[in-house]
Design a protein around this ligand. Sequence first.
Ligand code: CTP
Ligand code: MG
Length: 379
Amino acid sequence: MTRIAQIIVAAGKGARLGSTTPKQYLKLAGKPLIAHTISAMKSCNRIDETIVVVDKDDKFILEIVNDYKNMRIVTGGKTRAESSMAGLLALSKNPPDIVLIHDAARPFVSKSVINDVLSNLKKNTAVAPALPIVDALKTIDGDKVNRKSLYRIQTPQGFNYKEIIEAYRNLESQTIPDDDIEVAKLSGLNICYSAGDPDNFKVTYPKDFEKAKNMVLSDYYIATGNGFDVHRLATGNQVYLCGVPIKCEFSLIGHSDADVALHSLTDAILGTIALGDIGDHFPPSDQKWKNAKSEKFLLFALNELNKLGGVLQHIDITIICEQPKIKPYKLIMREKLSQICNLPIKQISVKATTTEKLGFTGRSEGIAAQATVTVKLPS
Ligand code: CTP
Ligand code: MG
């Protein structure tokens, strides 16, 4: 069986994108860009081993490593070529037959692009996906350039492992190649092109990142979830609502801190991913959750949503009570939710109403809360 390894080069600084976090770690729909790239590359199911090449000071990669099997991290260099070589060397103890080298900054690589590289490798030693140029090409003086002999080159580029590592060894130290197929060519290997794909663009400038964000989210569907909760009131001196302590003549009775607003929000989020309700995950019969902070329950639901690739879009909470008065706390509550949920405050609404002294909330026997959330989830 042909053994296939892949190297994902991710040691660049993303200078042209201009963000302090390197572009490969910026989040696209809640997941670092590079995680999309790794998943896309693994989707072809033919890769036996993955090497990710990162900067020596990289602090970000460790957050995602655990999500992937058969993945090793190695340190790259100052140029892309040095990073590719670091990846190739990491494979030298147990060399694969074939290696694919891919830019971390190309998250939309498709199965068919990868498979076309692999099938071309049956008869060739070096393959790169290429696209014809569609725009007219001119020199700076306005002279026509024949675009028929020009191609835009993408990754993953595929090679016979032994030949490409040898080609890198032959590379003169002052040469700084753009990519790996250039190294193959310089070393005299036969190269060939496979079918590129316009969606397989390299995130380079801020506009590319915006486009990537929209592309990821356009595949998502919108889900709404609602939650409702009630807790009994007793005399006391403080209640917690939306994670905010409010001094008053009451306390809320419950197994946890009885933050009825956070409980309804937690249930609403669980509702979007059909994951039961808060009681299923944190049963009141379990002493572990006695006096627990409700923020914990909310963070659990957010994490489950995140694991499914979901992105929280909007929160709308209504707190129903006569006492305490909620109005002075609405902004602080929104700020607190914004911080816990990592969601801009303009996407968070907190409202309050009384029931005109009617019913249990009207008699201040309890507080009720209901929440509606909107999320986007991968189709
Ligand atoms: N790369 C690398 N090591 C380097 C330089 C680049 O592994 N020393 C990787 C990048 O992380 C990226 C790919 O090579 O995934 C393509 O490079 P490019 O798009 O140029 O990324 P950056 O070098 O990060 O961006 P910029 O040139 O704008 O700084
Ligand atoms: Mg670069």
